[in-house]
Design a protein around this ligand. Structure first.
Ligand code: KG4
Ligand code: ZN
Length: 343
C-alpha cells in the first residue's frame, strides 16, 4: 500500500510518499520533501496565518511534483491521498486538503482526512513495533497532552496544559531572552553551555494530583528576571533552569499517568514521546531514564519525524486504510480545532 501525505497545518509545507508491505508491520518512506517558511515569519516574531496559506499555495504543486519524481512513481501507483484536515490554521488546511482531494478525484482513489495530532502519535509505529494500548506524551507548539492510545483511532485524554503549550512556552521564553522563533532548539543549545545553578524557577501544578500542566507562569517568571536585568552570559543558566523546571513537571505528571495506565491495563506498558518538543535531547534523556527505572518501554520518533512533517500524515493514512476506515468523502472540510477524543 502506498499513500501520499500532505501537511500544511502551520508553517511547513511537506509532502511524503510512504509504503507499507502486506507482511511487514512498519512502513518505508519512498520520498519526502519539506519546505520551511520560518524565514518568512521570523521578522514578525511568530507565524502569520495569511502569509502561511499564501506560501503553501505557492509551493505545494511543485513540491508534490518534485516528491513524486524523487520516488520514481507514477501518480496512478498511489493508493490514497492523505492530508491534514486539523487542528491548525484554516487557510493552510484548506490549501493542503483541497489539493489532496483533487488528486484523489483525478485518480479515483480515496481522500484520507488526517488529524495532525494523531499523525504525531502514530508515526512512532512506522519504524518500531509499538503495540496498543500505549501511553503518549504529546508536546508540540500548539498542544501538550498525556493520552492513552487504545487503537489507531481511539484516544483517551488523561491531562493537558491549562494554558500555553510546551513548545509555545519555549518560543515565548526564547523571545523574552531576545532570541528568534522557533525558540525550542535555541533554548536547548543555550542550556547546554550552563555551568552553574544561578536561578530558581517555579514548578507549576507539580503538587496537584492530576496530569495537567501549566507553562505560562514559567515564561512570566523568566520575563521578571530579565526585566530586572540579566547579563548575556547568565542567559544560558536561565535557559538551563527553564528546561529543568519543564522536565520536573513532565516527569511527575508522566509518572502519575504511567501509574494510571498500569492500574487500568495491568502492565507497565510503553510510552511514546512525540511532537516538536520531543526532538529535545535533554528532555528525551530524562524521560527515557524515568521509563527505564519503571520498566516501561520508551519510544521517540527520529527528530525529523517529531517536528511537523508529511510522513506522519501519510503513515496515518496507511493505518486508516489498513484498518478499513471509510470516511473518504470529499465533503469533509478542515477543522481548525479538532480534539483526539472526537475523531
Ligand atoms: O510539532 P511541531 O513541529 O509543530 C506543532 O504541531 O506545533 O512543534 C513545534 C514546536 C515549536 O514550539 C518549537 O519551538 C518546539 O516544537 N521545538 C522544540 C525543539 N524543537 C522544536 N522545543 C524544545 N526543544 C527542541 N529541540
Ligand atoms: Zn505538529
Amino acid at each position: 500500500m502506498i499513500v501520499l501525505g500532505i501537511e500544511t497545518s502551520c508553517d511547513e509545507t511537506s509532502v511524503s510518499i510512504v509504503e507499507k508491505n502486506r507482511n511487514s508491520l512498519g512502513g518505508k518512506v519512498l520520498s519526502e520533501s519539506t519546505l520551511s517558511q520560518i524565514n518568512k515569519h521570523k521578522v514578525f516574531g511568530g507565524v502569520v496565518p495569511e502569509l502561511a496559506s499564501r506560501e503553501h499555495s505557492n509551493v505545494l504543486h511543485s513540491l508534490v511534483k518534485h516528491t513524486l519524481k524523487k520516488s520514481k512513481l507514477n501518480l496512478c501507483k498511489i493508493d490514497g491521498f492523505a492530508a491534514t484536515t486539523g487542528p491548525g490554521l484554516l487557510g493552510g488546511l484548506l490549501v493542503g486538503s483541497n489539493y489532496a482531494k483533487g488528486l484523489a478525484l483525478s485518480q479515483n482513489k480515496p481522500f484520507i482526512p488526517v488529524n495532525h495530532l494523531q499523525g504525531h502519535i502514530l508515526v512512532s509505529r512506522m519504524k518500531e513495533n509499538v503495540n496498543f494500548p500505549f501511553l503518549c506524551l504529546l508536546a508540540s507548539g500548539g498542544h501538550t497532552q498525556i493520552l492513552i492510545a487504545d487503537n489507531f483511532n481511539k484516544f483517551k485524554l488523561l491531562g493537558e496544559t491549562i494554558d500555553d503549550a510546551l513548545g509555545e512556552a519555549f518560543d515565548k521564553t526564547a523571545k523574552v531572552l531576545g532570541y528568534s522563533y522557533p525558540g525550542g532548539p535555541i533554548i536547548e543549545k543555550l542550556a547546554l553551555r550552563a555551568k552553574k545553578k544561578s536561578f530558581s524557577l517555579p514548578r507549576p501544578l507539580i503538587k496537584e494530583k492530576n496530569c495537567n500542566f501549566s507553562f505560562s507562569g514559567l515564561k512570566t517568571s523568566v520575563r521578571r528576571i530579565v526585566e530586572k536585568g540579566i547579563s548575556q552570559s547568565s542567559k544560558k543558566e536561565l535557559a538551563h533552569e527553564f528546561q529543568n523546571s519543564v522536565v520536573d513537571c513532565l516527569i511527575v505528571k508522566t509518572e502519575r499517568a504511567l501509574k494510571i495506565f498500569k492500574k487500568k491495563y495491568n502492565q507497565n506498558g510503553s510510552l511514546v514521546f512525540s511532537g516538536g518538543v520531543a526532538s529535545n535531547k535533554f528532555i528525551k534523556s530524562k524521560i527515557s531514564k524515568l521509563c527505564f527505572n519503571l520498566g516501561v518501554k520508551f519510544f521517540v520518533p527520529d527528530s525529523k519525524l517529531c517536528v511537523d512533517n508529511a510522513t506522519m500524515i501519510a503513515w496515518t493514512g496507511i493505518e486508516k486504510l489498513c484498518n478499513g476506515e471509510k470516511n473518504h468523502s470529499l465533503k469533509i472540510t478542515p477543522k481548525p480545532r479538532w480534539d483526539l477524543s472526537n475523531l
